[in-house]
Unconditional design. Structure first.
Length: 67
């Protein structure tokens, strides 16, 4: 099983003073899903990755770092 992608989601969220619940509500996903993505336990689907990138005004590559 491959390692999950590293990501900057927690840092980006903290910079905006958003809770996991705030981010989850904006993305239409559960807080648990945000936590799982942040901790590398779950990789978002491509459509969700695009929504995350759009929300932060960044490219997917700027948020999700492949090993």
């Amino acid at each position: 099983m491959g390692a999950a992608m590293k990501n900057r989601l927690k840092v980006l969220r903290a910079e905006r003073d958003w809770s996991q619940s705030d981010l989850a509500a904006q993305l239409g996903i559960s807080r648990q899903s945000v936590n799982a993505i942040e901790t590398g336990k779950y990789d978002p689907s491509l459509p969700l990755a695009f929504r995350i990138a759009d929300l932060f005004g960044l490219t997917i590559e700027a948020i999700f770092l492949c090993d």
